[in-house]
Design a protein around this ligand. Structure first.
Ligand code: PBG
Length: 320
């Protein structure tokens, strides 16, 4: 007798009945760039903008009406210095954006990316001495940035710098300042990746010398994904992350199978721009490619998806 797996695919209704993985709007997190200045387009990321505080409210209206429940903020300050001071200025651009967002939409989850690279004159994610990124001198600055964002009303802080021990330092500083209910979403497994190229245009954060390979992970390795995640969980991470997304689903699956903490996958800027470019050329069907990609990331074990397609995807889900 022939075994007939096709019976489970015979009609749309049967397929819907047996399907294992789906995307929900509540899974989606929308990354946004906030600039201290005028709103600007980002040439390498069509449809994505650097929003001024003046234009942020109407952008948020669209996010909320599409049904996206969380945003992830990156700041682009007016001035940069060696120590990234604007990252921990209580009235810095991101802190002002957080306050404004919480006034307008108290229920929208605001996640603050915590890193120095958008704020340092050299574009590296930490303090520099003799051309080296000094881990332990960076930690208090990341902790100060986290507290400044929590004070402004951030629900979650998301350290993306890849310094060792930063989750512990941030947790301690948050707790000392009575922010014990502010969550930490740790960029636990963050590879040094060329897929971040368009982001560095968007955030004006390309390093002025060298690269990030002495702190971000080597993409030839898998085992250190376990160590990095374990350390972050031990130090107090509430949510863990794998980044980039699509080319790293093997890593996401391993991390998801190994740990019980909710996992986010970051579908990064290069992945977004590749799909957009092909779609603009009419070479692919954008909607179905995006929904298939996001579903694949959930199938690999993600609970949350950070994607520049969040708002569009939420609208497409409504149509389905
Ligand atoms: C900051 C940061 C980066 C991204 C998120 N946070 C860039 C980098 O590490 O160079 C990348 C996001 C993307 O490509 O969409 N450290």
């Amino acid at each position: 007798m022939i075994r007939r797996p096709r019976r489970l695919r015979v009609t749309k209704q049967i397929r819907d009945l047996v399907h294992e993985t789906s995307i929900d709007k509540t899974d989606l997190i929308y990354p946004m760039f906030i600039i201290d200045g005028e709103t600007e387009d980002i040439p390498s990321m069509p449809n994505i903008k650097r929003y001024s505080l003046t234009d942020l409210p109407s952008a948020l209206d669209e996010v909320v009406s599409a049904g996206v429940g969380a945003v992830l903020y990156f700041g682009i300050p007016k001035t940069k210095d060696e120590f990234g001071s604007e990252a921990y200025n209580e009235f810095g651009i991101v802190q002002r954006a957080i306050r404004l967002t919480k006034e307008l939409y108290p229920d929208l989850i605001v996640i603050a990316d915590i890193c120095l690279c958008e704020y340092t004159s050299h574009g590296h994610c930490g303090v520099i001495e003799h051309d080296c990124i000094v881990n332990d001198k960076t930690l208090p600055l990341l902790a100060k940035a986290s507290v400044a964002c929590a004070k402004a009303g951030a629900d979650i802080v998301a350290p993306s710098d890849m310094m060792d021990g930063r989750v512990g330092a941030i947790r301690q500083a948050l707790d000392e300042n009575r922010f014990e209910d502010v969550l930490i979403m740790a960029y636990s497994v963050k590879y040094s990746s060329s897929f971040y190229g368009p982001f560095r245009d968007a955030a004006d954060s390309a390093p002025s010398f060298g690269d990030r390979k002495s702190y971000q992970m080597d993409f030839r390795n898998k085992k250190e994904a376990i160590i990095e995640t374990q350390l972050d969980i031990d130090e107090g991470a509430d949510i863990i992350m794998v980044k980039p997304g699509m080319p790293y689903l093997d890593i996401a699956k391993t991390v998801s199978d190994t740990f019980s903490v909710p996992l986010a996958i970051y579908h990064v800027s290069g992945e977004y721009s590749m799909i957009k470019a092909a779609a603009q050329n009419g070479w692919i069907d954008e909607k179905s490619i995006v929904l298939e990609s996001l579903t694949a990331m959930k199938r690999a074990g993600a609970k949350m998806l950070i994607t520049y397609y969040a708002v569009e995807a939420a609208k497409w889900l409504e149509e389905n």
